[in-house]
Design a binder for this molecule. Sequence first.
Ligand SMILES: [Cu+2]
Length: 166
Amino acid sequence: MHLHKYEKWWLVFGTGTLIAFLIILGIGAFHSGSHPNNSRKTIDYERVEDFEPFNNPGVHKVEGKDWDYEVVLIASAFNYNPAEIELPLNAKVKFIATTKDVIHGFQATGTNINMMLEPGYISEYTTVVNKTGEYLIVCNEYCGTGHAYMYSKLKVVDPNAANDSE
Ligand SMILES: [Cu+2]
């Protein structure tokens, strides 16, 4: 096969740029220790329920910490435990989450809560919920056939607001 001189140059240039790009990206990622969402803590993903705090998933009020509530959450195909999260307005909350099987996402739409949950790692995120409302929680990492049905709800309620229904 005969290649024109310029064609060869383009091939070399194209391949060269691609390799240079991947090397730069690789060095950058390793150098800065890129890893999703603070997930440096590890766990045996096949036995998450055997370990603290995942032996007791749910919303817990805590004392003597820098945050007021902890949401301990386990994701698995295709649901979340707890199935629904309710928090009082202006609570400082630490989300502590992991997955029992494959990679899942945990994103509360309309808020800045968005974590990637990887098997074997614990993802943590601390924030203040400062807007009342109901927020849809979705899995934003494709995890299998039930992915589209993997959702949950975050309710932020104002404990001081008058409750008309009572
Ligand atoms: Cu999913």
